[in-house]
Ligand binder design. Structure first.
Ligand code: GN1
Ligand code: MG
Length: 361
């Protein structure tokens, strides 16, 4: 379907004149739209392979954005989320050859791929910490699980085992098992440790909170001039979850000294200074973290990194069906990079724990 036909259904300020591919997401397809007046919008086609029930997902987003906007209004502050643009018949999406949605593009904002300063990273830590704390009274039972068991690390390992067995039995993919054998062994050696936080969640030893669940640095929009928080974006995975994974996911992305697909493993480290900066911001903003949550912050960073490595490995063994890839063994390269980061965290384990202890005193 032509973009004009899709966009014609939304309440834009004027006629769209261009629509170009935009952004670095690995799941949804994103486009930047400009209208006749010069106003810009973001059009997204939601990936139905990942998100099986898009109307339910959009209901979550409307619920959370409405709630945070109302709360900000009552408190006389700014809301840091962007509500979807409605269609002419009052819906938040259009269904044609897929599900499409629109939001306004935030002018003079930047989304960063790596912290350019301590202040940037601190600002992101405060943003994600505040997000959880602002949603602490949100009726979590009304949220749909947009991806069931999304950060259930034990379940991620179960799926990994399945993919491994299937790949071994498939002559087209057996080569991939051989190619990834060291990474598979490394991940399996850590399987029981990787399940600890999920187990604690099930036993209610860690609180289930409303969390973002995809706290990549580039899901924060900062003001290009002041570098202050404007918006937290990508609310597709807002669901009940663990604060430790929101914390950890941003650490594994932002405190890493290299990109998610760096091939030179010697370059991949968890920067302890950035780790400290982020931890300070997150602990200050997410005010009611329990004693266990604080103590387990380093484990949150390590396990979510391991979980993502296992997800990349699973997708590699499956023949690259989930994450967008740019070359043949891209998912294996990503898994190697994540595992190198896990290894580095293990080497710095005492230091990570003492930083956290110092901050949470
Ligand atoms: C995906 O949507 P995007 O690109 O921000 C993925 C995250 C991963 C991330 C790794 C719904 O995030 O879980 O951490 O890639 N999102 C989904 O870059 O699977
Ligand atoms: Mg996403």
């Amino acid at each position: 379907m032509k973009y004009q036909e899709i966009l014609a259904e939304f309440n834009l300020d004027s006629e769209p004149v261009s629509c170009e591919s935009f952004g670095n997401g690995l799941i949804n397809k994103t486009f930047l739209v400009t209208t006749k007046s010069g106003k810009r919008y973001v059009l997204q086609r939601v990936n139905e392979e990942a998100f099986k029930d898009v109307p339910a997902l959009m209901e979550n987003i409307s619920g959370v954005t409405d709630y945070l906007e109302k709360k900000a209004k009552e408190e006389g502050t700014a809301a840091h989320v962007i509500a979807p643009v409605n269609t002419k018949d009052g819906s938040t999406f259009v269904k044609s050859d897929g599900y499409y949605r629109v939001s306004t593009f935030v002018e003079n904002s930047i989304s960063i791929e790596e912290p350019e300063s301590d202040e940037d990273f601190y600002e992101c830590a405060v943003a994600f910490g505040t997000f959880i704390s602002d949603l602490s009274d949100y009726p979590a039972e009304t949220l749909h699980d947009t991806i069931p068991n999304f950060h259930n690390t034990r379940d991620r390992y179960r799926i990994f085992h399945e993919a491994l067995d299937n790949a071994k039995a498939d002559p087209d993919r057996a080569g991939r098992v051989e190619e990834a054998k060291d990474e598979i062994a490394f991940a399996l050696e850590r399987e029981s440790e990787a399940g600890i936080l999920q187990e604690m969640r099930e036993k209610c030893e860690l609180p289930t909170r409303v969390t973002h669940n995809d706290t990549k640095l580039n899901n924060v929009l900062l003001d290009a001039d002041t570098r202050k928080l404007l918006y937290i974006i990508d609310l597709d995975t807002v669901m009940p979850g663990l604060s430790l994974y929101d914390y950890g996911d941003c650490v594994r992305f932002g405190a890493s000294t290299s990109s998610e697909d760096e091939k030179d493993l010697s370059k991949i480290k968890c920067d302890m200074h950035l780790f400290e900066v982020f931890t300070r911001g997150f602990v200050a903003a997410c005010k009611d973290l329990t004693k266990s949550e604080k103590e387990l912050l380093p484990l949150g960073a390590k396990i979510i990194t391991l979980e993502l490595a296992v997800r990349f490995l699973t997708d590699y063994l499956d023949g690259d069906r989930y994450f967008a890839t740019k070359y043949d063994n891209h998912n294996l390269v990503r898994a190697r990079a994540k595992l190198a980061l896990v290894r580095d965290m293990e080497e710095k384990w005492d230091e990570m724990n003492s930083i956290v202890r110092k901050i949470s005193q």
